[in-house]
Design a protein around this ligand. Structure first.
Ligand SMILES: [Ca+2]
Ligand SMILES: [Ca+2]
Length: 194
């Protein structure tokens, strides 16, 4: 039995290899990566963010609403390898998107977030689910008037873009719709913090 194994060693520093990899995958400087790394390890000393912690963070950021459903969706979208935990690389790639991503990247990400069954198409029922999630996040879960307003607005766009009339929106259509309409862009862009 090795005496060295008695204390659990927590990785508190990034290796040069990890740093190089993260620099290659993001638009962040070494200093920015280190800053995120230390913040992440302060909150998650074992290097993994659980869904429960994530929901708590979201509910903290949106005190007026119930962010649970929304946070669950964001979590599975961030958890690229489906491990049920978010590691630092997954976390940093997501932060890079939020901090440095352009509108098109963010909308493409939003589409993945909303395309619950991952079939590359948003249906009306998925869209309705999204709108409910976002309203609940904002503490407007019971605001039927606002919900109908957003649906009405969106339906106009669906009709306009939906050339074959099947009421389904592809990723390209989604990005086009949101980048052309301030109201929908503001409403449907990913909400990471209040
Ligand atoms: Ca993971
Ligand atoms: Ca879908």
């Amino acid at each position: 039995m090795g005496a060295s194994g008695t204390k659990r060693v927590i990785q508190a520093e990034l290796s040069q290899d990890q740093l190089d990899y993260l620099k290659m995958r993001t638009r962040m400087t070494e200093e920015e990566i280190q800053k995120w790394f230390h913040g992440f390890y302060k909150d998650c000393p074992d290097g993994l963010l659980t869904q429960k912690q994530f929901i708590l963070m979201y509910n903290h950021a949106f005190p007026d609403g119930d962010a649970t459903q929304y946070a669950k969706r964001v979590f599975v979208t961030f958890d690229k390898d489906n491990s049920g935990k978010i590691d630092f690389t997954e976390f940093l790639l997501a932060m890079d998107l939020m901090e440095n991503g352009n509108l098109d990247e963010k909308l493409r990400y939003a589409f993945q977030l909303y395309d619950v069954d991952k079939n590359g198409i948003l249906t009306k029922s998925e869209i309705e689910t999204i709108i409910k999630m976002i309203l609940s996040l904002r503490g407007e879960g019971n605001n039927d008037r606002l919900k109908n307003d957003v649906m009405k607005h969106l339906n106009q766009f669906i009709t306009k873009f939906d050339e074959n009339n099947d009421a389904k929106i592809s990723q390209d259509e989604f990005c086009r719709i949101c980048s052309q309409d301030e109201y929908l862009k503001e409403f449907l862009s990913p909400n990471f913090s209040s």
